[in-house]
Design a protein around this ligand. Structure first.
Ligand SMILES: *Cc1c(COP(=O)(O)O)cnc(C)c1O
Length: 393
């Protein structure tokens, strides 16, 4: 099928699945086979050399997993894609493929907690130079990139304060010094943002979040230039952080409703952000869809929607956070995000659990902050729930 003529909602449903039909099955078959047999030794050999299409062993890829890889490839308008057991496996495999001893990476202070740990604790041990810049300081980022580097790693919008960075501007800076650009697109999803079309070389996802969408499977996905994706794939197939057929099915199934869910989450989140910003007990709302958000103009230029993630700070201290969260009825107080149900929590138990109070303050994360991942519930019910709980403060 030629997907270039279809919109995202169609590609999300049909993408990657058209070659799979087994006895006319109308959904992706779950192929739980470790190995794939051949009658013809010559054909087996050609497939194992990568000269013919086919499957050998599920640590490399597998028909169900391949369908998912094709789906993200099409949604991110990429040449190629591969998959991983978790989002962190996608990130660590990508970083460790390109950042060998003596290389330098430039990134942001606000990356996902696990990614930040790779930058601060692991890469330096392998003699990789790491420079983390103030996330929204584009001049500083450009200056550090221009000094020479091998990889520029971006995430936008960021966790938990929804900072926005200019993918095109920083990709241009990176390409001037021959660096490759990797973007974590987990928060935006390919429905709202396509980093490759803005100049990035690779885009990755924690498929555990919005792509799966139901908090019931973990996975990671990487898409981009074929030559680069293949390098990461060759590292992953040997270190073994491969995705299994069952979660691949769950994620592909979730992705069929991605466009629907994101459309709803974009609209509910904007609605809720506007309600909260006008509320006297709320000090600040961090949502890139608000005209008052410092990254709003960049967000408008590179995103089609502003996503289902937001944070807000209360007028008050952590006691107020505890009170509000335990008074909300339509949230799971849980880590993770991007699910059909609304999830919320403070950074001290979610994104920035590893940091001290002082370190969080340094990153501009107030103790009265609440991260709120808007689900697909009816927005009126979410608004009432917030209003009732705020009243009790
Ligand atoms: C959750 C998350 C990850 C890590 O993904 P896992 O599937 O939990 O390993 C990476 N980046 C972002 C932005 C995330 O939210």
């Amino acid at each position: 099928m030629d997907f270039s003529k279809y919109k995202k909602g169609t590609t999300a449903v049909w993408g990657g699945e058209d070659h799979l039909s087994t006895n006319g099955a109308v959904t992706t078959p779950i192929v739980n086979s470790v190995a794939f047999a051949y009658h013809d030794l010559e054909e087996w050999h050609q497939v194992s050399l990568g000269k013919s299409e086919g499957y050998i062993y599920s640590r490399n890829t597998n028909p169900t997993v391949h369908a998912l890889e094709q789906k993200i490839m099409l949604l991110e308008c990429a040449e190629h894609a591969t998959s991983f057991s978790t989002g962190m496996a996608a990130i660590s495999n990508t970083l460790f493929t390109f950042l060998t001893s003596g290389k330098r990476v430039v990134s942001l202070k606000d990356t996902y907690g696990g990614t930040s740990k790779i930058f601060l604790d692991f890469l330096p041990k392998y003699n990789v130079a790491v420079t983390l810049c103030d996330t929204t300081n584009h001049e500083e980022l450009e200056k550090e990139i221009a000094k020479g580097c091998d990889l520029v790693y971006l995430e936008t919008p960021t966790n938990p304060t929804l900072k926005v960075v200019d993918i095109k501007r920083l990709s241009d800076a990176a390409h001037k010094v021959g660096a490759i650009v990797v973007v974590d697109n987990t928060f935006a999803t390919p429905i709202n943002q396509n980093p490759l079309q803005l100049g990035a070389d690779l885009v990755l996802h924690s498929a555990t979040k919005f792509l799966c969408g139901h908090s019931d499977a973990m996975g990671g996905l990487l898409a981009g230039k074929k030559e680069l994706v293949n390098k990461v794939y060759q590292f992953r197939e040997i270190n073994g952080a491969s995705l299994q057929a069952d979660p691949a099915y769950m994620i592909a199934r979730g992705m069929k409703t991605l466009d629907l869910r994101i459309e709803r989450q974009n609209s509910s989140a904007l609605n809720i952000a506007q309600f909260l910003i006008a509320h006297p007990k709320v000090k600040d709302v961090y949502y890139p869809g608000l005209a008052t958000h410092p990254g709003h103009e960049i967000a408008k230029s590179q995103m089609r929607g502003f996503g289902g993630m937001m944070s807000f700070a209360l007028n008050g201290d952590y006691d107020q956070v505890r009170k509000l969260l335990t008074n909300l009825k339509l949230v799971h107080l849980a880590a993770s995000l991007g699910s059909v149900s609304t999830l919320a929590g403070p950074p001290r138990t979610t994104s920035h659990v590893e940091l001290t109070k002082e370190q969080r303050a340094q990153l501009g994360i107030p103790e009265s902050l609440i991260r709120y991942s808007v689900g697909i519930e009816s927005v009126d019910d979410l608004l009432t729930d917030l209003e009732d709980a705020l009243k009790l403060l």
